[in-house]
Design a protein around this ligand. Sequence first.
Ligand SMILES: *Cc1c(COP(=O)(O)O)cnc(C)c1O
Length: 358
Amino acid sequence: MLDFATVSAPRRPAAERAALMSDPGFGRVFTDHMVTIRYADGKGWYDARLEPFGPLSLSPATAALHYGQEIFEGLKAYAQPDGGIALFRPDANARRLNATADRMAMPRLPEELFLRALEVLVGADRDWVPTREGQSLYLRPFMIATDPFLGVRPSSEYLFAVIASPAGAYFAGGAKPVTMWVSQEYSRAAPGGTGAVKTAANYAASLRAQAQAQEAGCDQVVFLDAVQRRYIEESGSNNLFFVYDGELVTPPLNGSILPGVTRDSVLRLGAHLGLTVTERPYSLDEWRDDARSGRLKETFATGTGVVISSIGTARTADGGFSIAGAVEGPVTGRIRDQLVGIQRGTVEDPFGWRVPVQ
Ligand SMILES: *Cc1c(COP(=O)(O)O)cnc(C)c1O
């Protein structure tokens, strides 16, 4: 495997770090270092470095800036009760990065190199892993096409990097149930498109709908399928679950839904907790009707950022509905407690999801 050359950053003083970490929010505060690895056709991956966090120098012709050949991942490092640090299912992110790379005509990064890059960064910046309840160190691996060339074709050179950011609760307002805007005007992803992989373009395409959600006083947007405009797909950055008596329902991975690591974890945890887990198409009409009749007990969103976030209300251009009085239900809470407990090392990990950082 590649060795990482180290260019150490001046460490920020403990008092400055503590101030930045007291209320970090999400994605604004970054640690002292970053990891970068280069790729060129014919040469493979080379020049792995741990270096000071700072600006990248790129040609204005850089392919990623013009044609969006960019992919990313997101995962968290958690402080453990024994003073150690653990990553949550980083192998799943390594695999998904490569599935995304395939779809975007980019080179695969060997899984062990991906894991090593995370370890090197978290090891160097371990003082930045928050220990407070609800906080964690968010890791953002990404890869960009770096050919300085305006022709439309897959790049022949790439930069892979990892940056890290101490994170508090993702949605402002913490554990309060959120309100979703169901977009009937815009689609996020279509069959044959890139919705099932983690690429920047999906987010660019979702921002207008997200802005509308905010204009309507909602927290997030829910997208419907692009063909029939009937079935729930997911929200802009989270998968969705619907709770019935003893059952968890979530839309199936149909090629335009992102296969969330949290989604997969909740499916397995749900079954482990004795719930029936069902992946099937789920329509907006069903969501509305069952919320109104009371048959639907709870709805929640899943993702690395929020972990589990209760959804209290949904709004569309022609009305809205609340789910069970818009208060968080017991199944949502139980699954969150289990999952967060596994991540933070306070409950047993029957699945082997915690990966200690040396
Ligand atoms: C990352 C992401 C998710 C959640 O995936 P996790 O692995 O659980 O963080 C859901 N939807 C979209 C569109 C995403 O990009």
